[in-house]
Design a binder for this molecule. Structure first.
Ligand code: PLP
Length: 396
């Protein structure tokens, strides 16, 4: 067993040695030629990872996913606007709070924890409400329940009603298929420490031309540090290889993100092939882990048809509670407790995104640690059978 337990929570996640090394050097100046090149390359790589066209604008700003959410809310919306929020859990509630603080009138479409509103349900809600909605907000993968929404279908419904769309991809981007241009999404946002596989510290999003135009049309500007207008000239300059300054970027973090995106895009002969490989591998890892959970007698919190590829949310079996997390850690893997306010003591969460999705040894070591943790906690189960069930998918 390794001395350092594997970090298998839904972010931050295990990062590669190359990514760790990229962040570990002496921080470069934000206007050094090598850094300008790396930042420009990072923005170009984001368009591939997001599957966004050349007219779409990537943003990378110091902060976490929460800051990216706030940037989307404050640049697209202003007091008196109406938003439809597809609410699947903890982070949708956060989005609702941000929208309300911006003075936006929010209408919510909800489902029970572990379920998600379908595209048809969203369509019905839009038709049933006479409100003049400007935008739809949704969470691609709800990290509190492990549910993935039908982002393509919901985006299509919103576009049919000519709504702007904002998808919180913080637990999804890079691990779950998302076709920003083809689907017509307007903001797809994430943070560096989730499926992209870099350390925490960066908020990252791509905005469509429609999203940029929505900012142009505001009469109530967003906070200066989040304003698309503050950052646009900076990112354009980086892509054109010119120095520029608005606020100092966290240069070491950007170098780490650069390495992480480069690693993702190196997994295929073309960026398209690399992203297909990325999405398929996350799906494979999820199937392997789900096979192990079934063998261990664990029940998923989400409706299995809606379960995400980037993490699993699992109900504690009878007689097991959160004290089991420390036992799992002793067996070599760090996993997370529940997060959904209504159920948080009833389940736990396991991340399987980023490089660990490509490392059968890490996935199997995690299954092993959880199986032995369960046994220590008094739950009868067969660790070897669970490892074999997962391995059957990974070696196929
Ligand atoms: C983690 C997460 C966030 C918040 O990101 P931070 O980096 O912790 O601010 C928002 N939305 C979703 C879906 C997340 O998984």
């Amino acid at each position: 067993m390794s001395a350092t337990p594997l970090l298998m929570i839904p972010g931050p996640i295990e990062i590669s040695d190359r990514v760790a090394a990229a962040a570990a050097g002496r921080p470069p100046s934000h206007v050094s030629p090598a850094f300008i090149q790396a930042f420009g390359d990072t923005l170009r790589a984001m368009r591939h990872v997001w599957r966004a066209g050349p007219d779409h604008q990537p943003f990378v700003v110091a902060g976490s996913g929460t800051l990216a959410m706030e940037a989307a809310v404050t640049n697209l919306m202003e007091p008196g606007d109406h938003a439809l929020l597809v609410n699947t859990g903890y982070f949708s509630d956060r989005m609702a709070e941000m929208l309300a603080r911006r003075g936006v009138e929010v209408t919510q479409v909800r489902a029970e924890p572990g379920e998600a509103p379908s595209a048809a349900a969203v369509s019905e809600a839009l038709i049933a409400s006479a409100k003049p909605f400007k935008a739809l907000f949704a969470t691609h993968v709800d990290t509190s329940t492990g549910v993935r929404i039908d982002a393509e279908g919901i985006c299509g419904v919103a576009r049919a009603h000519e709504l702007l769309t904002v998808f919180d991809g913080v637990c999804a981007t890079g691990g779950e298929r998302f076709e920003m241009s083809a689907w017509g999404a307007d903001v797809y946002l994430t943070a560096s420490q989730k499926a992209l596989g870099a350390p925490p510290g960066l908020a990252a999003w791509v905005a469509s031309p429609r999203a940029l135009a929505a900012r142009d049309a505001l009469t109530t500007p967003p906070p200066l540090s989040l304003d698309f207008h503050s950052w646009l000239p900076i990112f354009r300059a980086y892509e054109e290889g010119r120095p520029s300054y608005f606020a100092t970027p966290p240069t070491s973090q950007v170098l780490a993100l650069h390495a992480a995106l480069d690693e993702i895009l190196a997994r295929g002969a073309t960026p398209e092939a690399a992203m297909d490989a990325q999405f398929e591998q996350h799906a494979l890892a999820a199937r392997a882990m789900q096979a192990a959970w079934a063998t261990l007698g664990l029940r998923q919190l989400p409706n299995p048809d809606l379960a995400a590829n980037t993490l699993s949310a699992l109900r504690y079996p009878d007689g097991v509670n959160a004290s089991f997390l420390a036992r799992v850690r002793d067996h070599g893997a760090i996993i997370a407790g529940g997060l959904h306010p209504a159920l948080k003591d009833a389940y736990f969460r396991v991340g399987h995104m980023g490089i660990t999705a490509f490392r059968p040894d890490d996935l199997l070591a995690t299954v092993r640690a959880i199986a032995h943790g369960l046994r220590d906690a008094g739950h009868a189960c067969d660790p070897d059978a669970a490892i074999a069930a997962a391995n059957g998918h990974l070696t196929r």
